[in-house]
Design a protein around this ligand. Structure first.
Ligand SMILES: [Zn+2]
Length: 167
């Protein structure tokens, strides 16, 4: 019994030491096709991108140039380049963040976010786990959903560019 107790204590110590790396919580529960170390993420992202995408921060409203992006094309994940949102589900929400009423199929995943004394639906890229934003129920038809997305998490690829690279 004494030895077992000792081992459990050791395990607890190890868990505590790992906490800073798991501060967002869900990384331990979900597995992603694309994974990078914290150093790799920091090397490829700006400070703001890292704060938003890897630490679930929020960019300041009305700061993203993608608010004004109205061309046809797809919005891709800045973390892994997976296409996430098509331009034809983008709408003007007036919130100051790029907003969509639906993602592409098999592109995003969600989890409950209980920060700030409320429960919101967090949305992230299902390929690399990068945080995108939140989903609210006050969007337009046909879904009634509003995906409120940080522009820094996205890269826009115009449809014309896609045609060029495939043609
Ligand atoms: Zn991604």
């Amino acid at each position: 019994m004494r030895r077992r107790h000792f081992m459990l204590t050791g395990l607890a110590g190890g868990t505590l030491a790992a906490v800073p790396a798991l501060r967002t919580g869900w990384a331990a529960e979900e597995t992603f096709e694309v994974t990078r170390t914290e150093e790799e993420w920091r090397a490829m992202l700006s400070d703001l991108e890292y704060e938003v995408m890897r630490e679930e921060g929020t960019e300041r409203a009305f700061t993203s140039p993608l608010n004004e992006e109205k061309r046809a094309g797809n919005f891709h994940c800045k973390g892994c380049d997976q296409a996430l949102y098509p331009s034809d589900t983008k709408f003007e929400s007036g919130t100051g963040w790029p907003s969509f009423w639906a993602p592409l199929d098999d592109a995003v995943a969600t989890k409950p976010d209980r920060s700030w004394f409320m429960v919101r639906t967090e949305v992230h890229c299902d390929r690399c786990g990068s945080h995108l934003g939140h989903i609210f129920d006050d969007g337009p038809p046909p879904t009634g959903k509003r995906h409120c997305i940080n522009g820094v998490s996205l890269t826009f690829r115009p449809a014309a560019d896609a045609a060029q690279t495939t043609g």
